[in-house]
Design a protein around this ligand. Structure first.
Ligand SMILES: CC(C)(COP(=O)(O)OP(=O)(O)OC[C@H]1O[C@@H](n2cnc3c(N)ncnc32)[C@H](O)[C@@H]1OP(=O)(O)O)[C@@H](O)C(=O)NCCC(=O)NCCS
Length: 147
């Protein structure tokens, strides 16, 4: 498996996964804008040249935010999400990243476990933040920032 920074040509494969895994899927324009922006924290994992996982975030050093992470369902629970996030955090620390903020559906046990495995801590709840279906958002923080 290869992990690298995402490039514009990865946008279509990422969007296909967006449609499969998110009720509020991002379109190619959204994905493209993060991949191509200076502060974009966008990485993909590939198996035989095919995108099987991605993470999308944005940073204005020293702070970053993660918006999306997904692993193809055939490849889950094999540590790929963990390795992808590790790669992103390590690479972006080299550009000055120190703290990371994110929101995640409170009932998304897999994602919460992934973030906790990286040392993200619970920092608050936003009631009924998500729709389709309605759910609370858990706010998580990595690093020492306080909100
Ligand atoms: C969340 C997601 C990215 C995890 O990817 P993954 O490659 O399966 O995760 P990993 O195998 O690297 O596991 C990382 C940690 O999460 C835990 N985990 C993974 N799936 C889990 C599940 N279904 N239930 C409980 N814990 C789970 C693992 O045990 C591991 O914890 P550990 O290090 O303490 O053992 C994947 O489930 C996914 O794509 N979900 C759909 C999209 C999504 O909901 N994204 C998050 C919101 S943007």
């Amino acid at each position: 498996m290869e992990i690298r920074r995402a490039v514009a040509d990865d946008a279509s494969a990422i969007c296909e996964m967006e449609e499969r895994y998110f009720s509020d899927s991002w379109d190619k324009k959204d994905v493209f804008s993060y991949i191509c922006s200076e502060g974009g924290m966008c990485f993909v994992a590939l198996e035989n040249g095919r995108v099987i996982a991605y993470v999308i975030g944005r940073m204005i050093a020293p702070e970053g935010e993660i918006y999306r992470v997904a692993v193809d369902e055939k490849y889950r629970q094999r540590g790929i999400g963990y390795r992808l996030l590790s790669f992103m955090l390590k690479t972006e620390r080299g550009r000055g990243l120190e703290t990371v903020f994110l929101e995640v559906r409170r009932n998304n046990a897999a994602a919460i476990a992934l973030y906790r495995a990286h040392g993200f801590k619970d920092a608050g709840i936003r009631k009924n933040y998500y729709q389709n279906p309605t759910d609370d958002a858990l706010i998580m923080l990595y690093g020492n920032c306080q909100y």
